[in-house]
Design a protein around this ligand. Structure first.
Ligand SMILES: [Zn+2]
Ligand SMILES: [Zn+2]
Length: 306
């Protein structure tokens, strides 16, 4: 059976050795289809009861997929692409976000869609959040600035999902204007939007063995050479962690220099993996590595730190 991939194969019509692409842009339809499938499968494998977290996330991703069918207007694409990638002052960011209606509407839509699978009190709280746009904007700016503790954990997951579907669509709709050649390098954060990676992906197929980082916000993948630490660039004390099976598709790479770790998803071993779902689904591995004194690098927007 052909695997449902969202990573488009290389163009075979170009002869000779292929250059490594700095970026692989998201094909959102396929990203959401696969993520939802993985979340449902993990819910089943974990024996999750109705109302469990993986099932809730699968509804959330299903709702993002519906939003994907409502393309952003040109003004919102430009406004999102103009948001500074890094170093933006939170007050200034708030002003910019207030002028972008698409993510606000996306939040309201997502709350409406998942309302039937969350407890009544949560639904009421989320609806209240959606009615106070200035406060919701403040929370969105906090999330984008990495101030996760400022935002209620239940709101944060849905709010990030709303921002993410808009940021990812903006990249998808604007990708012909993104200059690939200017983005080659050793970026620790996403060259398209400045967000942190969820995990490393080691690709298979015609990109066999190449490592890309998956963006937690706009879903773009960017290339980084293997055998260096994603966080600090050191290479002397990297270790790979697995439970028993050396060919396990979900692994951890830790760095003894900066004492951080990041999940590595071996798509060359299992092309069906999804960064967000399978990172969350392998939390036992995180616990084992954190007990050895390593701290998590990157961000999984299904599980905010703190
Ligand atoms: Zn990004
Ligand atoms: Zn390091």
């Amino acid at each position: 059976m052909r695997s449902e991939t969202d990573i488009v194969p290389l163009d075979k019509r170009t002869p000779g050795v292929q250059a490594i692409e700095p970026l692989i842009f998201p094909v959102l339809e396929a990203v959401y289809t696969r993520r939802e499938k993985r979340l449902r499968l993990l819910a089943e494998q974990l024996g999750e009861a109705e109302g469990g977290y993986f099932k809730f996330l699968s509804y959330l991703v299903e709702a993002q997929q519906i939003l994907k069918h409502m393309p952003l207007g040109a003004a919102d694409v430009s406004a999102i692409r103009a948001v500074p990638k890094q170093g933006c002052d939170q007050d200034h960011l708030e002003k910019l976000l207030l002028e972008i209606p698409s993510w606000q509407q996306a939040f309201l839509f997502l709350v409406q869609q998942v309302g039937c699978v969350v407890p009544e009190t949560t639904r009421t709280m989320l609806e209240k959040c959606g009615q106070d746009i200035p406060d919701l904007t403040k929370q969105a700016a906090s999330l984008l600035c990495g101030e996760y503790a400022q935002v209620d954990a239940g709101v944060a997951v849905i709010l990030w999902a709303a921002l993410s579907v808009c940021w990812a669509q903006a990249v998808e709709q604007d990708q012909k204007h993104i200059q690939q050649e200017q983005l080659v390098g050793e970026a620790r954060v996403c060259p398209c939007c400045g967000a942190q990676p969820v995990a490393s992906l080691v690709l298979g197929g015609d990109r066999e063995g190449l490592r890309y980082l998956q963006c937690s916000l706009c879903e773009t993948r960017w290339h980084r050479v293997r055998s260096i630490c994603v966080e600090c660039g050191a290479s002397a004390h990297l270790e790979h962690w697995v439970f028993e099976d050396l060919k396990a598709p979900v692994q951890i790479e830790s760095c003894g220099d900066c004492k951080t770790y990041l999940k590595v998803l071996r798509l060359d071993y299992d092309p069906e993996l999804d960064a967000l779902a399978d990172d969350l689904g392998s939390f036992a591995l995180d616990t084992a590595v954190e007990q050895q004194g390593f701290a998590r690098a990157g961000l999984n927007p299904f599980s905010f730190p703190g």
